[in-house]
Design a protein around this ligand. Sequence first.
Ligand SMILES: C[S@@+](CC[C@H](N)C(=O)[O-])C[C@H]1O[C@@H](n2cnc3c(N)ncnc32)[C@H](O)[C@@H]1O
Length: 211
Amino acid sequence: MNIQSAYNAWAETYDTVLNKTRDLEAAAIRQLLADVPFVEVIELGCGTGKNTEWLAATAAHVTAVDFSAEMLGKAQAKIARANVRFQQADITRAWDFASRPADLVTCSLTLEHIQDLGAVFRQAALALQPGGVFYIGELHPFKQYQGTKARFDTGTGVFELECFVHHVSDFMAAGQASGFQCVALREWFDENDRDTVPRILALLFHRGTVI
Ligand SMILES: C[S@@+](CC[C@H](N)C(=O)[O-])C[C@H]1O[C@@H](n2cnc3c(N)ncnc32)[C@H](O)[C@@H]1O
């Protein structure tokens, strides 16, 4: 099963099964963007819309993008807002969905499925206005080093999705190469227990004026 098919299969249970990573990232994005103003948002890998409704409550407009028709279908069934446009697209291809300049691009729990971080940062830089913000929330690479991967129960067994490890330095290098400055790096822990391995890595990048 490729990544797209896997998310089509996972969509039915994605919202309902226990998933600490999903839930902790929801807390992370809300905290990290609490003081960030935004109007025009592109949400990459919106999935079933876990963060879409929250973004749309503040933004004038959200373009919510995912390549899984089933994940998008779940999001669309939940979110009926005139200021949200759902778009089925593969973010590793040209971002034809980025039709208006954004001041915020978000990407939650999606980059672990993308091999070429640099291509995403390059397109984010083009999609964002100068001074715009790129938020990234990912399963922490320390968890990946321990073997944790996106996985779900198919009904006949547990299926592990294809994942790529991106080290913290990889995010920094990809951001810098596309003219971004990292302005926040935060980690979230299960039960807020800082003696454990962090589960979520969240980063905020500012797009500079020169790319
Ligand atoms: C773990 S889910 C995260 C969904 C949501 N952002 C959340 O935090 O709950 C990853 C999502 O990324 C999407 N995705 C993965 N690779 C993608 C790609 N190349 N283009 C568009 N969407 C992609 C999947 O279909 C899936 O919905």
